[in-house]
Design a protein. Structure first.
Length: 218
């Protein structure tokens, strides 16, 4: 039977979370909002509209949220040519593909941002499909991104594992009924990931690859 390995991207395969923190912080600053960086960090992994609502409450209207998102995208785009993959991220995906897993990305990124992330990972031959922000109406922590990834893979939830770095990933995966694996390289504490549904937690893709035979992806 087919098995699906569903991966978040930012903070899980590519070391971008703190770039997002700085560029979101600057977008808020330019718009006159003082938002602490630690609060931005905890919100990374949400889609843009949800992130703005999470950090600013019900204050911004739709147009301001769109402007903040556009500012963040413009600031973050400056890094597209040098986004750093986390150690062994591409090797992990290639190994799973070679072991018979259907590898699917589930990410809030889309368009040129997603293309830059895939270039950084450098494992396109191992990636069967991508569930991006353009494909769903609700982002994480709603289960829809994970459910769409499973549809693309043609695999039921009980035959799938989600790997992510945020509580939003773990909550989305848990709601979708998949096994959840956390990684610490996005900066979220182990206890928070476990409380949100992670059944196993690893430092980064390299440790997961080294521990593969004893992991939920065995």
């Amino acid at each position: 039977m087919k098995r699906a390995a569903v991966f978040d991207v930012d903070g899980t395969l590519v070391d971008t979370n703190h770039l997002h923190v700085v560029t979101w912080w600057e977008a808020f600053r330019q718009a006159g909002h003082r938002v602490p960086m630690h609060a931005v960090h905890r919100a990374i992994g949400l889609g843009s509209a949800d992130l703005v609502a999470h950090l600013l409450g019900d204050g911004p209207d739709g147009s301001e949220a769109d402007e903040l998102s556009a500012a963040h995208k413009a600031l973050y785009a400056q890094y597209f040519d040098r986004l750093p993959a986390l150690r062994d991220a591409g090797s992990l995906l290639k190994r799973l593909h070679g072991d018979g897993w259907t590898v699917v990305l589930a990410t809030s990124a889309s368009g040129s941002e997603l293309a830059a992330l895939r270039r950084a990972i450098d494992a396109d031959e191992a990636i069967a499909a991508t569930a991006s922000a353009d494909d769903v109406t609700e982002g994480k922590p709603a289960p829809e991104p994970v459910e769409h990834a499973l549809e693309l893979a043609g695999v039921p939830a009980e035959r799938a594992v989600l790997v992510g770095d945020t509580v939003w990933d773990m909550r989305a995966g848990s709601k979708a009924g998949v096994h959840c694996v956390g990684v610490l390289c996005g900066g979220i504490p182990r206890a928070d990931l476990e409380e949100a549904g992670a059944r196993a937690v690893y430092a980064d893709p390299a440790q997961l690859l080294a521990s593969l035979k004893d992991s939920p992806l065995a």
